[in-house]
Design a binder for this molecule. Structure first.
Ligand code: ATR
Length: 261
């Protein structure tokens, strides 16, 4: 298996360690590289995949949208998300999919059955990928820019609210999808009124426990770090390429260890 993640910058990607551990554990020969590519290198990379030089790619920032032009088809998840994070081959054709949303949903399954109400914080590309994958439409979007919240809510037939109108006690699951919290100080919303046992998830994994998650924990919530989504999306990509379901618990331990260093 020749696998790689393509992005720019890519130096801090943890995907090589995650996938190489899974390759070894599955008894598969192969490697997983991190390729720091410029936009004009993309055509050659996808041509090489067509010719058998690569079996699969992950695609990350800033190429999740532009890679579509090098592919033969997109599956439903990629179409709905409007972005590709995984490329695999079927019958010689290059297919784009998006495992981010489904990876997160899968990672949240041990914590919730999604019968309650879900709050999504943010309305960007990440939020879109997650909303399309949720197994419920009892979803509320809240976002700094209201027009974007409305646009996303309208696309998926869900509702949107302003931060001022929110009553957090109404939600069973809260998923934070913005970049607020990466600076280790900021939090995108006040957790006033949060019920105990609410599942609060942040897709940021640097820092591992964001200020919002720290506050949620103090208030008795069940917290899920961004490692869940990272490992969840990786596991679904790995399965697409190899047909093998990797061990997510082992993957999670590895990544938490690397982030804790
Ligand atoms: P991504 O693909 O990572 O979701 P994006 O499409 O640029 O990136 O979306 C970023 C999200 O983070 C948006 O919901 C954005 O809110 P706006 O729509 O109001 O811009 C949110 N976001 C980014 N910085 C923010 C900040 N400082 N405060 C609140 N929300 C922020």
């Amino acid at each position: 298996m020749n696998l790689a993640v393509i992005g720019h910058p890519i130096a801090h990607s943890l995907s090589p360690q995650l996938h190489e551990q899974w390759l070894r554990a599955s008894g598969l020969f192969g490697c997983y590289e991190a390729i720091d590519a410029t936009p004009d290198e993309l055509p050659a990379l996808f041509a090489a995949m067509r010719e058998g030089g690569w079996d699969g790619f992950n695609v990350t920032i800033p190429y999740k949208e532009v890679v579509v032009r090098y592919l033969d088809d997109l599956d439903e998840a990629a179409k709905h998300a409007g972005a590709v994070n995984t490329v695999y081959k079927r019958d010689g054709r290059l297919i784009g999919t998006n495992t981010d949303g489904a990876g997160l949903v899968q990672a949240l399954m041990p914590y919730t059955d999604f019968t309650g109400r879900v709050l999504i914080v943010g309305a960007g590309g990440a939020a879109r990928g997650i909303v399309q994958a949720l197994p419920t439409r009892d979803v509320t979007i809240v976002n700094r820019t209201m027009e974007r919240a409305k646009a996303l809510a309208d696309t998926f037939g869900v509702v949107y609210k302003t931060f001022d109108d929110l009553n957090l006690s109404q939600y069973d699951v809260i998923i934070q999808t913005t970049s607020v919290g990466m600076d280790e100080r900021s939090t995108p919303l006040s957790l006033e009124g949060l019920r105990q046992n609410t599942v609060v998830c942040d897709i940021i994994y640097r820092p591992l426990v964001t200020p919002m998650l720290q506050e949620a924990k103090r208030r008795g919530a069940k917290i899920v770090t961004g490692v869940a989504m990272f490992v969840g999306q990786g596991a679904l990509s790995f399965e697409k390429w190899t047909g093998v379901k990797p061990d997510e618990t082992v993957g999670k331990k590895l990544i938490e260890g690397l982030l804790g260093e």
